[in-house]
Design a protein around this ligand. Sequence first.
Ligand code: GCU
Length: 649
Amino acid sequence: MNCPGDIVYNFCLSVRNGSFQVLAILHYFYFFGMRNGFIILFFLVSAVPAFSQENLITNIPSRKTIGLNGKWQYIIDPYETGFYDYRWQEKNENDRDAYWNTDVPSNKMDRKEHGYSDKYTLNVPGDWNSQAQKFLYYEGTVWYKKSFDFQKSNPSDRVFLYFGAVNYRADVYLNGKKLGMHKGGFTPFNFEIPAGVLKTKNNFLVVKVDNKRFKDEIPTLNTDWWNFGGITRDVNLVILPKNFIQDYSIHLEKGSLEESGKTIAGWIKLSGINSSNEDVTLEIPELKFKQRLSATSDSVAFKFKLSGLQLWFPTKPKLYQVMITSRDDRVMEKIGFRSIEVSGKKILLNGKPLFLRGICVHEEIPQGTRRAYSRQDALQLLEEVKELNANMVRLAHYPHNENMTRMADSLGILVWSEIPVYWTIDFENAEVLQKAKGQLREMISRDRNRASVIIWSVGNETPINDSRTSFMKELTATARKLDDTRLISAALESHTENNVHIIDDPLGQFVDLVSVNEYLGWYGGLPSDCRAATWEVKYDKPLFFSETGAEALGGFHGDSLTRWSEEYQEWYYKEQVEMMKRMPANFIGLSPWILNDFRSPRRNNPVYQEGWNNKGLFDHSGKKKKAYYVLRDYYRSIKRHEQENSLEK
Ligand code: GCU
C-alpha cells in the first residue's frame, strides 16, 4: 500500500548548554506507506552529542580523497634544532631556518644547514622503528616532508588533511603555515586547509613527529609495548563541499528486538555554514527504505521502525549498505545492526546470552616487527583469530587502525576497543584527564557505527587510589555520554588471599563488565594452583578475564616445569582451561594474552626474550606454539556446544 509522505513537524529547539549541545526535537511525524509494511517515523526529545570531536570527519573511505601515502623525505632531529632554531628567539614563524619552511637556498651564498632529500625517505604509513636499524630504539623528533600538486575542481570545495594516526605528537605545516597540532598516538585527526594556502604545484607539506614519552601523557612513561613512532597510518587530502555530512550514528535501539520490527535510531551532523533547513535523506536500499529528514541547526536525530531487518551476529555478520545524502554531499558504508546489553550476570547479544571466546592482539605484525596498518595486516590477524575458534578480539591497549574494526564487522568478530590509560597515569592532573577524554572521543567517533565493537574500555591495570578511581569514573561517564549503546569496561585490579581471588576494585561500580587480568601460575605460583583457585566478585555483574597467559620461547622445549618452554606454557593453558570450566555462572568469557609474540623494551632475558614479550600463541615467525592447540580445542568445544544448542540462530 502506498500513501504519500505526510509531513507534520514542529520546530526544533537548539539549546547550547556548556560543551554539550542538545538538539531537542519537540516532535516530528512522518507516515510512510511502504510495499512491505509501514514505517512509522517519530521523534522523541533526543540529544545529539556535541562534544564528540568537534571537527573529526568520519567514514573517510566513502569520501573524495587524494592519498598522500608513499615515500616521504625526512630529517632526524633529536635536538629539536628545526623547532628551537637559534633564530627562534625572534619568534618568526617565517624563520627561514625552521624545518617547516623551504629548504632551498635562496642563492649560492645562502647557508642552509638542513634539507630534505630522496637520500633519506620513510614509507608512510608505517612506524620508523622497523624501517632502518638506526630507528629501532629511536625516541625523539623526525621531520617528514611530502611535496604534492593539487587542482581544486570546485572553487567552493573545502580541503582537509586527514591522518589515521601519528605517534605521538604531530605538528603539521603546509607551505610554511601551521595547520595544527595533535597529541595521541592511536586515533585519527584532521585539519582544514585555509583558503589561499594550497598551491597548484609543489605544495610543501611538513609533519614534525615526536614520539618521546612523558609522565603527563596518555600513555605515560611506562608501558609493556614498543614505542613505535611515526606517521603510522594513512594520510589523505579530503575534498568536501562547503556543507558536508561530517558525522553520524545509526544503530539498533537498545532492546528493540520485537519480531514486528526493529527500531533504528541515530543522528546526522552536518558541518557547514548556515545549514539551516537543509534536507538529508537516509536510505537502506536492500530494505527498500528511504526517508527524508529536515536538519535545522547543524544536526538531526531520528528513530524509525523497520520490518525485515536481519540482525548482525558473529556467525552471520549481516551488513547493510546505508546511504546518507544532503544537498551537496553523499556518504555510504556497510553497517550491521545488533544490540548488546547486560542482563544480571549475563551479557546478551541480540537478546541471547553470549560467551566471549576471545584473544588479545597488539597492533603488530611480528614477522616484520612492525606496526600493523593495512587491510592485509588486518586480514592476517583476524583470520588467525577465526582459526583459533575465537569470536572476539581485545584490541590492546589502544585503538587499532580502522581496517581492523571494519574487517571485524565483515568477519563477524566482536571487538573490545580501548584507550591507552595504562598503569601509572598522572591521575592527579586535570589536563591528563582531558587528554584521555580526547582520545576516548576520537576512538568512539571513528568506530561508533561498527557493529563488531561491543565494549569501550577506559583503561588497563590502573593502580587503585582515590584520584585514579575518580579519574576513571569520569571516563566511564564520558564514554556513556558519547555512546550509551555499548558496554563500558576496563581491566580492573584484584588481590588474592589463600588462593581466593577477590575482585573488589572500586572502579567495578562504574563499569558494565567486571574484567580482570589474571596470571595464576605465571606471575606467582604454579599452573597447578588453578585447581584450588576460587574467585569472589564484589559486584553483581558479569565477570570477564581480559588477560591470562604465560611466556614460551617458540621452539624451546623441556618438561612442563621448565620456565620459558613451550611445554610450560602448554601446561599453563591446560590448567587455566580446566579452571575456566569450573568458573561460576557470572563468568562470561576470556581473552588470553596474547595472539602473537610482540616487542617490548622491558623484556630483557638474554636467552628467552631479547626485547620480546613471548606470551604469544604464535611465535615471532608466525609458528603456532603447543599452547595454541589447547585454547583452540577449548574454544572449539564451546562453539560446538553453542551450535548444537543453536544459541546463535
Ligand atoms: C599485563 C599488561 C600487558 C602486559 C602483560 C604481561 O597484564 O596488561 O600489557 O604485556 O601483563 O605481563 O605480559
